[in-house]
Design a protein around this ligand. Structure first.
Ligand code: GRF
Length: 214
C-alpha cells in the first residue's frame, strides 16, 4: 500500500511510522506533504522520500496532483493542523486517516490541537487520556474512530508531561493502524490496543500469516 503523510510540525509520528515500516512491510511512505517548510520534512529527506510543500494547502488542486502522481492509496495526517480540502476528502473516501492526541469524541474539533488539547483534558478533571486514529471527513476530528490507546492522567500533570505520555502511545498506534490497513487492503478498525512489546510493528510481519502457519 502506498502511503502519503501530511505534517505541519516536527514529524515525530512520521518518524515513528517510517521506523515501523521495514523493507518487508506491506506499506511504504512514498510522499510527505506539508502546508509549510516543516522541520519534520527532514525525516523524509534523509531517507530520499519525496516531499512537497503545498503553496496553497487550502485548495485541493495541488494535493490531488501529487497524490495521483505518486499513486497514493492512503493519506495519513500526522500533526497536520489545517483542514484537508473537501475535494481531497471526496476523492479519497475512507482513505484518509488522522491521529489526534486525546480520546475522541472528547477534546476534538476546531482549535483543539497541540497544547490546548492537553490543557482541556487537565481542566476537565479526566483521569484518563490517550490517542485516537480516525477517518477524516470534511469536519475537524469527526470521522469514525478506528483505534485508541489510553494513558493515565496524574493529579500533578502539566500539559507538557501529559503530551509526552500521549505521544509515546501515538507512536505505536499510528503504525499499527497503517499496517492493519495495508494487510487488509483497506482501512480497518484495530482489534486491540498496541503494546510496548509489540514486535510485529517493528518488523511489519503479518500476524495473519503466523496464525495460518500454526
Ligand atoms: C501529535 O500529538 C499529533 O497527535 C497532533 O500533533 C502532534 C504532532 O506531533 N495532531 P509530531 O509532529 O508528529 O511530532
Amino acid at each position: 500500500m502506498r502511503i502519503a503523510v501530511a505534517i505541519s510540525g516536527r514529524g515525530s509520528n512520521l518518524e515513528a511510522l517510517l521506523r515501523a515500516l521495514g523493507p518487508e512491510a506491506p506499506a511504504r511512505v512514498v510522499l510527505v506533504l506539508s502546508d509549510r517548510n516543516a522541520a519534520g520534512l527532514a525525516h523524509a529527506r534523509e531517507r530520499n522520500i519525496a516531499t512537497q510543500v503545498l503553496e496553497r494547502a487550502e485548495d485541493g488542486t495541488e494535493w490531488l496532483t501529487w497524490l495521483s502522481h505518486y499513486s497514493v492509496d492512503l493519506l495519513v495526517l500526522a500533526g497536520y493542523v489545517k483542514l484537508v480540502p473537501a475535494t481531497v476528502v471526496a476523492a479519497y473516501p475512507n482513505r484518509i486517516l488522522n491521529i489526534h492526541p486525546a480520546l475522541l469524541p472528547q477534546f476534538g474539533g476546531p482549535g483543539m490541537y497541540g497544547r490546548r488539547v492537553h490543557q482541556a483534558v487537565l481542566a476537565s478533571g479526566a483521569r484518563e487520556s490517550g490517542a485516537s486514529v480516525h477517518l477524516v471527513d470534511e469536519h475537524y476530528d469527526r470521522g469514525a474512530v478506528l483505534a485508541q490507546a489510553r494513558v493515565p492522567v496524574f493529579p500533578d500533570d502539566t500539559p507538557e508531561r501529559l503530551a509526552e505520555r500521549v505521544l509515546e502511545v501515538e507512536h505505536r498506534l499510528l503504525p499499527a493502524v497503517v499496517l492493519a490497513a495495508a494487510r487488509a487492503g483497506e482501512v480497518v478498525p484495530l482489534e486491540r490496543e498496541p503494546t510496548t512489546g509489540d514486535r510485529r510493528l517493528a518488523t511489519g510481519d503479518n500476524p495473519a500469516h503466523e496464525g495460518r502457519a500454526r
